[in-house]
Design a binder for this molecule. Structure first.
Ligand SMILES: [Zn+2]
Length: 241
């Protein structure tokens, strides 16, 4: 069996048999990896504690036929606030879940790894709730999604843009409305983040707009996944004929 080392963020873990856990990690070099941590539930080991969701580890793995085995885990970064502050913890959990949802096993995604570790560090430090919507937008950019935000995707009107639907490709006017409502402030903030002005948005967004963007961010991810699923079904059907 081949041995390898990689850094990874623990996305989640779950029980396997009597004593083991399966750990799902977003790694720096190998994309999403599922690995068995043997015996971690039998002993109160530091090893097991390092494999909790949100932990970032330097890991050593054996490549298995189906599942890899994690044999060592050293803490690579300690985000104490993410563990102790409930609101930070909740937001970190949302980001871990999103990464888990949008990735398949394997396939190198260094940009996504960098994005996730950067967002966790920012959230640990500032606790800024805008980190999650900004993270979602950057994920959409990595996924090749560039919604139209300054004109209606249906009729090209630039007036009364009041709704957004990622499945349709962006915002919609009052006449064509579909998807979710969006305020001008939230729409401008999204435009800024898509344009790369993340720091500016993190520093200036008011509380009301932040709450709106947090809700919109989870909807945008849902809509994106729905659209991706539909297009992959179309591709599968196409290949089947
Ligand atoms: Zn329209």
């Amino acid at each position: 069996m081949a041995l390898y080392r990689d850094d990874g963020v623990v996305l989640r873990n779950f029980k396997l048999g009597e004593a083991d856990r399966i750990v799902v990690l977003m790694t720096r070099n190998r994309g999403k990896v599922r690995a068995v941590a043997k015996g971690v539930r039998r002993t109160k080991s530091k090893f097991g504690a390092r494999l909790e969701p949100g932990s970032i580890i330097h890991g050593q793995f054996y490549e298995g036929r189906n599942l890899d085995i994690v044999t060592q885990a050293e803490t690579a970064a300690i985000y104490e606030n993410l563990r102790t502050d409930l609101s930070r913890y909740g937001r970190a959990a949302i980001m871990l879940e999103i990464v888990d949802q949008i990735t398949e096993d394997g396939g190198t995604q260094p940009a996504l790894y960098k994005l996730l570790t950067g967002a966790l560090a920012e959230l640990d430090g500032s606790g800024n709730p805008m980190v999650v919507p900004a993270f979602v937008v950057k994920i959409l950019v990595l996924e090749g999604v560039q919604p139209l935000l300054d004109a209606c995707v249906n009729c090209s009107s630039k007036e009364r843009l009041i709704a957004i639907d990622i499945r349709q490709g962006g915002v919609l006017c009052d006449d064509c409305r579909a998807g979710d409502p969006i305020s001008d402030a939230a729409r401008f903030a999204l435009q800024d983040i898509f344009a790369g002005q993340v720091r500016h948005v993190l520093n200036t967004t008011d509380e009301e707009t932040t709450i709106e963007l947090e809700i919109l961010a989870s909807r945008m991810i849902e809509q994106h996944l729905e659209r991706r699923l539909r297009s992959s079904v179309v591709v599968d059907q196409h290949l089947a004929h």
